[in-house]
Design a protein around this ligand. Structure first.
Ligand code: HEC
Length: 144
């Protein structure tokens, strides 16, 4: 009898453990890794022509995205750059950039979040992930 109970406990243990594993997999599918992979594809489609594959930009024309205050700093400002573009003289690494960047407001909240999370965690950058919910709030607000 004891043996049967032992076996039953083992089986239950095994079953609940495998269930836990499935759950873990589901979670992995939704983690930033997936967001970053999508961001990489979006970067290649929407940003690479100007900011280049290594994020180094083109000197005097398009600024680099490597450890700049814009990429790593204020998330609201960063989200707005994608939604509304940027048209002012800025200085990065001692170089002045004055060309305008067009807004890319046709990108969805998810796409903006993905591409920004990608640039914030690439080219030697390390910063928090940006969520679609954050983009949604900023898109809806009128302030810059
Ligand atoms: C047509 C060229 C072009 C495209 C496409 C473009 N940018 Fe830009 N980007 C610029 C220019 C030019 C500036 C500087 C604007 C200024 O000086 O006002 C800039 C500025 C920036 C900045 C702030 C400055 C810095 O270097 O940190 C960020 C961040 C940025 N772009 C990210 C992106 C991302 C992400 C994409 C794609 C979703 C993108 N850009 C697409 C040309 C472009």
């Amino acid at each position: 009898m004891k043996k049967i109970i032992c076996a039953a406990i083992l089986i239950i243990g095994f079953l609940s453990n495998s269930k836990a594993q499935i759950k873990k997999k589901d979670i992995v599918a939704k983690t930033p890794t997936n967001q970053l992979a999508k961001g990489k594809i979006l970067y290649a489609k929407h940003c690479v022509v100007c900011h280049q594959a290594d994020g180094g930009g083109v000197m005097g024309l398009n600024p680099p995205l490597i450890k700049t205050d814009y990429v790593l700093g204020d998330q609201k400002r960063l989200i707005n750059i994608i939604l509304k573009g940027l048209d002012k003289e800025i200085e990065i690494d001692g170089e002045t950039y004055a060309n305008p960047m067009p807004g890319l407001s046709h990108l969805s909240d998810q796409e903006v979040a993905d591409v920004l999370s990608y640039i914030r965690n690439n080219f030697g950058n390390k910063a928090s992930i940006i969520s679609p919910a954050q983009v949604k709030v900023i898109r809806a607000s009128k302030t810059k």
